[in-house]
Design a protein around this ligand. Sequence first.
Ligand code: BGC
Ligand code: BGC
Length: 849
Amino acid sequence: MKYLDYRIFMAAVALTLAGCDDAPTATESKAGPVDWPAIESPVRTDLATEQKVADLLAQMSVEEKVGQIMQVEIQHISPEEVKVYHIGSVLNGGGSLPNRNKHATPQEWLAMADAFYDASMDISDGGQAIPIIWGSDAVHGHNNVIGATLFPHNIGLGAANNPELLRQIGAVTALEMRVTGIDWTFAPTLAVAQDDRWGRTYESYSESPEIVEAYGRAMVEGVQGIPGTSEFLDVDHVVSTAKHFVADGGTEGGDDQGDAKISEQELLDIHAAGYKGALAAGVQSAMASFSSWNGQKLHGSKYLLTDVLKGRMGFEGFIVGDWNGHGQVPGCTNASCPIAINAGLDMFMAIEEWRDLYKNTLAQVNSGEISMARLDDAVSRILRVKIRAGLFEKGRPSDRGAAGQDGIIGQPAHRAVARQAVRESLVLLKNNGGLLPLNPSATVLVAGDGADNIGKQSGGWTITWQGTGNENSDFPGATSIFAGIRDALEQAGGRAVLSKDGSYSEKPDVAVVVFGEDPYAEGQGDIDTVEFEPGSKKSLALLEKLKSEGIPVVSVFLSGRPLWVNPELNASDAFVAAWLPGSEGQGVADVLIADADGNPRHDFKGRLSFSWPANPLQGRLNPQDEGYAPLFPFGHGLTYAGASSDLGVLPEDVPGVAASGGGDLDLFAGRPLSPWRLFVANDQSSQVISGYYAQIPGGGMTAELVDKDIQADAVKVNWLSDGDGYFFMGDAPAMDVSDQAVAGAALRFDLRVDSFDGEGASLSVRCGEACSRSLDIDVFLKASNGKGWTTVSVPLACLSNDEADFEALLEPFRFSVTGKASMTFANIGLVKSGENSGWCDPGASPVAN
Ligand code: BGC
Ligand code: BGC
């Protein structure tokens, strides 16, 4: 095959770029005198590819071209529409699954992939047959699919600092994707997170650009295969995405989708590092960041997308937008954004309003607001990647390589790679008296709410978007941390006893307590300070109880970021940062439990890829920051082999610690907060709302996530039958909220009544027998109908009788409706002092919003 000289090719690209100069441009950021490196792509384009692109382009109608630059979410488009609009791509968002079935089989995924593919190739009504490409967030394994191998989230991989392992992880992930017929992953995330309050810190390999650069390269090579070899984008590999360009991890205060107020030099030195690696590996797509650089949204930055990424850095793949990210550019909406295309975006990621976006974009091309040269460049970039990925030749998704071979998903060889990654990601922070490794013949109490909880150890982006609402039975083939410890001990004559709350009948030799953050994902994981369990210190109580009983305590801390845990460190004899290890919990036992002779089976290899805070105010804590004073510096980590001295008592009275005792208690803040879960139910059955969409059998009630202040932070509940239907939080062990339920405390939530034709409605809480009083609220719902959002606050005194036992609250929120209605809820919580919005007295006339 003849290769074009790279420089000739880039000159052609430059010409195309020049072609867009007369297009109306996005507002420009000021460029400094910064030397952006030119990265030579190892993916050489060849004449045949260029000829094919040119031929297709010459024959495509403008409608086909506009369709080609649209990517639509699978819940919002049918195969028929793919055909009619000539759509170039689909995606499934996190937790958005074929047939809305959480347990969709590989065959269901494939059937959907085939249906979209067939539609894209159907030219019975004219046009060109251009295979569609499906993108998915396989960000720690093929995490939307039941039974997939789940790797530690990126923060843990960063601690392992092993690029070769990353390459294997990329390859395994790609192969498991192939089984389900998906061609493209939205990974790796190359954020270099600088402020750990950001809820996506765990998607970042490191606060250090070096690790992210090396990993960007290794992961892309693993996912796509090595350019120039026969494995490159063959049937076992998929297209990779470098995201989110650029400085998603550099926003002020760690705000998700926020603004990085930094110099261009810092942009290059810190945040572009991963792109150097990924481009050198030939990454074929990049995703624009939701965030801004010095006030300008990346989706509208011609300077960064076109001049820097495509021009100076030489990126020759295509740039996809983030989830309606174009709609956030000033002057744009979700349904119209010529600015983004003119800035250099090549593919819109569009959700509900894609039809209008299509029509408007078409009109903008026809009017010249988007130049044909720019459209052709975008389409060419997409076609080139589709050709390289072999989509024109590989046939239907179900006919390609590993497609449909279920046994590949979660196969032992894949799990072994994940287990190794777990082992290597663990960072030992304390080991007083050499408590670890544990004697394998010991009796070990395994406690804490993370001990036997695969959902918790896997974090966000796990089957559901936020990672909430999963149970161990949703993870066939996976192993909890407890199960791993049990198996290791049983082989050596020891014994593990599972006890979530730390109670026991026979005193154990030692306790391993597994605790930490509950799952979260973008937006909803942002926090104010880096204190673990501010105010409540629930887990600390368990550690202190065991300690006071004379039991040595090993803490295994699950978290998506370093957090201030001085009290928990003080209450532990040994402390391991385990991050979010994923499906292979045995990796923890591999390192914690010794062999029969008492020698370690594996030593600790993990070193902090993020600095560990000495107080709750150190959300931003990086070696290059002024006044850098961490508790444990970047690169820290103890080993069995190394000499280690005991860690003394750490100060607990440091700046920024939250007042103790119960403050307000969130129950639903963008996601149900553990242990509560949300349900829709009728008298026959109930269905947990986990992720995107839920309905009860028969369809009498449905629930879906919708946007209020940020993405998907509200639940819209539809009562579709004439009977009774309930929306409630529950199914948790009775919880002690007596701290919160003081005089004047109230249940507070945001409500939007979208329609109400009910015959009756009531609100209640349930706390054991004889506690509940329910309030009739239909008069208020009727009054609020169609009036938009309102905040409702109902004193607990109105919702309970004198017997109320708030030490054992079962259901903090139950909304019952008879008849048809549609209502949207957000921010549900118990507040210590809440006013009375009038609902207490059903006789009273409703207060208008
Ligand atoms: C996230 C991306 C993700 C996309 C598609 C966005 O909200 O920021 O990382 O790839 O959704 O699910
Ligand atoms: C995520 C989806 C999620 C959606 C909700 C997106 O950014 O990628 O998985 O369901 O937001 O709006």
